[in-house]
Design a binder for this molecule. Sequence first.
Ligand code: SIN
Length: 596
Amino acid sequence: MKSLRSIATIAIATLGLFCAGASYAAPDATRLGSSTPLAAMHKDKKVTCKGCHEEKNQEKIVVDDNETVVNATCVECHGTLAEMAKEKKEHLTPHQSHLGLMNCTSCHSGHSQSKTYCNNCHTFDMPIPGGTAAIKRVKPVPADSRPVEKTDIIVIGAGAAGFTAAITAHDGGAKVILLEKQPITGGNSALSAGGMNATETAFQKKKGIKDSVDVMIQDTMKGGGNHNNPELVRILATQSASSVDWLTSIGADISDIGQMAGATNYRTHRPTGGAAVGAHITKVLKKNAADRKIDVRVNSKVLKLVEDGKGKVIGVVVEGKHSGTYTILAKAVVMAAGGFSANQTLVGQYQPQFVGMTTSNQPGATGDGMLIGEQGGGQLIDMKEIQIHPTVAAGSRILITEAVRGNGAILINRNGKRFVNELTTRDKASQAVLAQPGGSAFLVFDSVIHKSLKQIDGYFELGLVKEGATLAELAQAMGAPADTLAQSLDTYNKAFEAKKDAEFGRADLPRAIRTPKFYAIEIKPGIHYTMGGLQINAETQVIGKHGQPIPGFYAAGEVTGGVHGKNRLGGNSISETITFGRIAGANALKAVKNSK
Ligand code: SIN
């Protein structure tokens, strides 16, 4: 890694070369305020605008929406994220996160207040260099004065569905642009914990797990209150094994298998040791897109679809953070922009009682894709079907994966009592938690369950876990009566021995809870998933308000409605993104080929 000392070298190279353009004055620490934004801090080290920015001509400094040159310069001086993480002695460093590789400028800014991106979901008290500043931006070029770009396929949203569609279409020979409005790629998929449901897979066979397409269909339909589109559910189940094979073929490890709520059999595929699926597959998808040199643009928000006057979608209007508004024309557009759990206004429009509830989602999950699709003629369905996940760590946005319950944890209220079948569907489990004193409960487990699932380590790191060397100590940490807690665990352990949960009818009792230490995480329900969205058919074509597919317009993932009915089963989301992302990519590709 180049040390900070090497800034001096750059400083010598750039000494005196202050920005030439009238629009960019040299940062001035006094003008920029007392909080010393990064530009001013760099100026103190004799690094000027040109030290960070590319100068394209004498008039102005042009920064692309990916902020490529600025970020390359950060790395040149400070080292890579991995190198910086290694230098940090504390156990938690924002330079090493489950979000993987990202731009330095996702958090750090020269001209406005720097913000820790992680604090969108966590509440870390991490001081970050930088402050506020008022520095003039280069005015964006008006849309009509710049050349219209052309490509084969535009994919909107760089989560798992978007990456999958983009890679599939690229591999079939299409030129693809993948647009992401957030400063980082990955979307909610990067946060996904539990796993990917799939049936009749080679991994299941190897472990002797008996499962079938029909049982996965039955579970999914039952979980969704039979409100799901059966044709889409059949596709989800039938193609799930080949989606696992596809992910494996591009470098993913999803060979471990667990169970999630509402599933009859073990079919939730995840990385070895039970690590979180989302961070892993996002890393794999990003790498595959990068290896193929797919044009991925962050900070690029789609404002609307372009239509040819006869109802065919032929492009998009984009607003780049730096490049301003511009148009891209394409032969097909795939919408994969996710759901709206992080949009309190939209949530309130459909389910007013959920307003004010925490969400497990990343801040970009605001439903723009659905609204843009609707403006483009698409039909929205099931928008009222909003899923509450029963176990979000109390007072936070951190999802405690259902896999913790799948691996044996139980739910205990603050009176020390068990109150529900922990593996019932999310809607029922959430209602049960909300009905407990204080509207919260504790996930209780022991050291054997802890060791069975890698993801639990992260909850310790984040300080979310209470512990006791004995049950009495744990009860004290929870503020629950020790005798009732001991009684509840005794009853549960006897049910485990008898392989029958007479109290709540939990079918899968994988482990007893009796090996110290004992642990508890306080949880509350939070908004997790929006089942509704753009209506699609089996080819992932978006259905218009007139009931017919809209030519040139495809959609996949959480932005669509129909697969999950009234309630999604855990593990079916990543499964949907990969299977329908592949279908959308393949069909968009066909549209390109047919247009030639
Ligand atoms: C979880 O791990 O509990 C969430 C995964 C999902 O929603 O599919």
